[in-house]
Design a protein around this ligand. Sequence first.
Ligand code: TGC
Ligand code: FAD
Length: 392
Amino acid sequence: MKPDVFQSPDYYQIDDLLNEEHKLVREATRDWVKKAVSPIIEDHAQAATFPKEILPGLAEIGAFGPYIPENYGGAGLDYISYGLIMQEIERGDSGIRSTASVQSSLVMFPIWKYGSEAQREKYLPKLASGALMGCFGLTEPNHGSNPGGMTTNFSDQGDHYLLNGAKLWISNSPFADIAVVWAKDENKRIHGLIVERGMEGFSTPETHNKWSLRASATGELIFDNVKVPKENLLPGRSGLGAPLSCLDSARYGIAWGAIGVAMDCYDTALRYAKEREQFGKPIGATQLQQKKLAEMITEITKAQLLAWRLGTLKNEDKATSAQISMAKRNNVAMAADIAREARQILGGMGITGDYSVMRHMMNLESVITYEGTHDIHLLITGLDITGLNAFK
Ligand code: TGC
Ligand code: FAD
């Protein structure tokens, strides 16, 4: 891969909306991505291996639990800083952002919000430092968009619970030390359970042959009569709303992360269009390529403003789930469109690993599907504005 010469666009002086801490956090993350992610990511994506060597660095920059309070090992930052960290990491690769999203929003968040004090103290500091890695099991082979239909279940055996079932498409599962698993009790009520690697009957086979998120480890979670200690149940909240509230936090991060990918594709395409000559002039001097580039920067700017406003609402604890859905859906689709256009601007070079664009383009096929598909988020907006539920 070519050296990382990324320069971030800021067409509307959005930096003026950020405070000094936001800018410091962003610069530190950007520097780390240039140093630790860009030089190795293409080889890992080509080989379909997860770069475990970057885990300590992710912890050091505060990517594991950016908004978790410092007394639990988190960075204690606000939601704009969290978003900017996700933006910069995903600028490097969506799969690396996935690992950070899962650890922060899908593992640390439920333990912080719904765990007992003993669970918080036992797990959060180790998750923040990367000493423990986690995964989140909601999706099942027959229940993806409709997690409420899940069949994974547990029964009360007196001194422990007995867990049975299977989860599919689980980021980080092949190497995770713990899994936050959502399962139904005997009354069909959904609860979160912390399942630890090594528990008898618990296995995590890896999913192979992905053309997308190749540098992220994806797998299954299989529970065959797993004895889970009673103290591993998250006591603070039950029902489908519990896992869905974790998704809100992760979807928020993705809305920012997608901007990072779009910026990288735009920056690469702009530089290429100014350097590459055909018919005796740079291709960037042609109206067709200028149209593509002008539309890209327009869409990036709109997405930045959407994410920034959503971040200010989150900081004030006023962001709704439906607002988060709109931002996730819009910004990921925006990035996917820009990646496809950028790949075309690069011509044949665009299909090679010399540039990040095709890797981003393929990664976004997962990002547009996970954490609620493009269609599901549209229907969430539809429900919010009409009051009429298309899911029932
Ligand atoms: P519904 O009846 O609407 O709601 C059930 C209960 O949940 C509440 N609720 C929410 N609470 C918090 N946050 C949200 N976003 C919520 N949405 C709904 C709701 O108020 C209700 O509460 P209560 O107290 O009345 O019981 O549920 P439904 O079964 O009709 O489904 C609604 C739907 C389709 C929107 C939901 O199921 C959905 O979002 N489906 C998409 C599934 C999804 O996003 N899966 C993601 C799996 S994890 C993942 O992809 C990780 S990728 C990781 C990475 O690598 O980054
Ligand atoms: P389905 O739900 O079967 O949907 C198939 C198609 O039907 C989609 O286009 C969908 O939009 C459409 N559709 C579904 N319902 C409706 C409807 N009511 N109206 C109109 N159209 C509809 N899950 C986890 O729990 N943890 C993870 O860590 C995790 N990581 C993932 C990593 C990767 C790489 C991928 C690809 C997925 C991951 N997922 C994870 C699962 C992800 O959340 C699901 O793939 C996603 O929610 C969609 O579910 P599905 O694949 O079963 O598709």
